[in-house]
Design a binder for this molecule. Sequence first.
Ligand code: MG
Length: 201
Amino acid sequence: MKIICIGRNYAEHAKEMKAETPTEPVFFMKPDTALLKEEEFYYPEFTKDLHHEIELVVKISKAGKHIEEQFAHKYYEEIGLGIDFTARDIQAKCKEKGLPWEKAKAFDNSAPIGKFVSKTKFDLNNISFELKLNGQSKQIGNSNQMIFSIDKIISHISKFVSLKVGDLIYTGTPEGVGPVKIGDHLEGFVNGENFLQLNIK
Ligand code: MG
């Protein structure tokens, strides 16, 4: 499986990163070794500025390529919640030099994932989600704020990269990204329900 992440899919987050609002979905990938299903995350030694990015995640349930937007809904059944951990200090250096972001984004365990729930439980255009850090709300988003919808993202990605069963798409983070430190406890919620828990060790 592979992990495809959308960048700058929320206007307010693009603004806080001083990035332009994209005119087509921006995507990058993490390898399968980035996936973390446990509740413990060990702070990596190569960064001093690790940031949380809470994101709705779509699990691909049917293989496809060149998927038209109007048929994209047939390619996923479940929605989950994940964190796109980002070594912001390393990413800033990569951006400065025009280098790829993998060092900052694709490292081991950089993609914690919580539980998945059938998409039929949601109004896909109105899914609220939240990240709490040590009990304090840090990021609040709603799928209605996405610049590119889930179906548009799937259609766009599949023009370039074939999608396979089990692939995960992290659909972008809303504003409020910020640092975590050892000892922190992160909790992710979808429509008020706990989907994800993580201890930073
Ligand atoms: Mg992200």
